[in-house]
Write a protein that binds this ligand. Structure first.
Ligand SMILES: *[C@@H]1O[C@H](CO)[C@@H](O)[C@H](O)[C@H]1NC(C)=O
Ligand SMILES: *[C@@H]1O[C@H](CO)[C@@H](O)[C@H](O)[C@H]1NC(C)=O
Ligand SMILES: *[C@@H]1O[C@H](CO)[C@@H](O)[C@H](O)[C@H]1NC(C)=O
Ligand SMILES: *[C@@H]1O[C@H](CO)[C@@H](O)[C@H](O)[C@H]1NC(C)=O
Ligand SMILES: *[C@@H]1O[C@H](CO)[C@@H](O)[C@H](O)[C@H]1NC(C)=O
Length: 389
């Protein structure tokens, strides 16, 4: 209860004073602590030491078990495996550790920026409607917002933090690839001469995999699905059949990656696969810039899937062909440097070295907002009916 009051006071206060604020008038509840503990830094503060305005983080869920029949194949020796106690398509303990580690990494990175205490308006947390992404988001939040001092209850180093999701058919933000219009155009693209002639080059491999797996492999999509079945099985310690030796993992990974390019193969496909999210990120930037007094939100979290990560990287022109690892994440930081707003984009895929500062083609490592907008403009869905949901 009091934390809501605290935040309302903070917002009200901030609308008058932009800068470093001590909210002394509600301090009685907290007066055993130092002044510094209450320091909250307004997104547009003029403090020279930091230029950060707000942050968006899109991440993939953690390690999981094989998802349903779509990823398994008729001759799969593990077709009936139940993955007890996790179940199919669910987060495993390795996945939980990875997602919690994302939260901890973000806490280390943004400790000064976020301040010590959690309050509801500091974060917007959105998941897709999947168990594994919801659980992943909860874990990231647990790592990012451990309770401090008076917020601790029952000795737990955890506090509840709310998040939202939409039912899958309504979720254009993160599941635009399920839009009826997307699916139609995706079929069209697969039937285009361009993609068909690409696919013809892989006939032999497709036939080999079809013969042995019992699948009818005709597209990258079939291999892409198979990739997740095989990788989750092998991560789970199950031994893959002999026939895979010639195609696993390299050939299958290379073909699976092609699916990302097909999924982003036309302007309209890009608009639905990545544009809705880009639109929102730019909209949040516009609102925070135009209406600085009213917005206290500092960090936006999106818990989604590897295709979201790959598709956003493609839209930003910084995709290196790979399947984004469990817990891979893209950070988009809005900065204000010498009075100019712009993005710094980082990508962490857990191959060592931490989040890597990415260089946007034609824009560099600090991409001014106007330039950024013009570069992604063709991916922004302006027509609300595009999705057809
Ligand atoms: C899976 O279960 C079905 C139905 O019970 C059975 O016919 C099939 O042989 C099982 N497959 C494997 C690989 O164990
Ligand atoms: C969550 O997991 C349960 C148990 O496996 C399953 O019944 C349910 O359909 C899943 N829900 C979603 C949205 O993934
Ligand atoms: C495999 O799928 C293709 C395309 O959907 C279809 O034309 C073909 O008849 C299928 N082949 C078999 C053996 O099912
Ligand atoms: C979890 O996923 C990461 C990244 O793919 C991998 O390195 C690690 O071995 C996995 N852990 C388990 C237990 O499968
Ligand atoms: C991410 O990981 C893959 C290996 O899976 C690597 O090839 C790729 O270049 C990495 N980095 C980036 C920035 O994509």
């Amino acid at each position: 209860m009091y934390s809501t009051i605290r935040l309302i006071s903070v917002c009200a206060f901030l609308s008058v004073v932009s800068g470093t604020v001590h909210y002394g008038y509600i301090k009685s509840r907290w007066d055993v602590f130092n002044d510094d503990d209450y320091r909250i830094v307004f997104p547009h503060h003029e403090d020279e030491s930091s230029t950060l305005v707000h942050v968006h983080v899109l991440f993939r869920h953690g390690n999981r078990t094989a998802d349903s029949e779509a990823e398994l194949y008729p001759n799969d020796p593990y077709l009936n495996y139940t993955y007890f106690p996790y179940g199919l398509g669910q987060l495993t303990n390795a996945g939980k550790r990875r997602e919690f580690a994302i939260g901890e990494a973000l806490r280390r990175r943004y400790d000064d920026f976020l301040g010590k205490f959690y309050y509801p308006e500091i974060v917007e947390a959105i998941s897709t409607d999947y168990n594994r992404t919801k659980m992943s988001l909860q874990l990231v939040l647990a790592g990012l917002f451990p309770p401090r001092r008076d917020d601790v209850f029952n000795g737990l180093i955890w506090q509840p933090v709310p998040f939202n999701y939409l039912p899958r058919p309504e979720d254009t933000l993160l599941l635009g690839v399920l839009c009826p219009r997307y699916l139609e155009l995706y079929e069209d693209h697969y039937n285009s001469n361009k993609v068909k002639s690409q696919l013809r080059k892989h006939r032999k491999t497709f036939d080999y995999i079809s013969r042995n797996s019992g699948l009818n492999v005709t597209r990258y999509q079939d291999i892409y699905q198979l990739f997740f079945g095989l990788s989750t099985e092998s991560e789970y310690g199950l031994k893959l059949p002999q026939w895979l030796n010639t195609v696993w993992p390299d050939t299958i990974i290379d073909l699976a990656i092609q699916e990302y390019y097909v999924s982003m193969g036309t302007t309209n496909l890009r608009k639905m696969a990545a544009g809705y999210l880009l639109n929102k990120i730019l909209d949040d930037a516009r609102r925070i810039i135009e209406n600085r007094a009213k917005l206290c939100r500092k960090i936006h979290l999106y818990s989604a899937h590897e295709n979201n990560v790959a598709q956003l990287l493609i839209a930003l022109g910084i995709f290196e062909p790979h399947i984004p690892n469990y817990g891979s994440y893209i950070i988009m930081e809005l900065h204000r440097i010498n009075g100019e707003y712009g993005y710094k984009i980082f990508y962490e895929n857990w191959t060592g070295g931490g989040p890597q500062l990415m260089k946007m083609p034609k824009c560099g490592t600090f991409c001014p907002l106007d330039k950024f907008k013009s570069l992604v403009d063709e991916h922004l869905p302006l027509n609300d009916n595009l999705c057809g949901n």
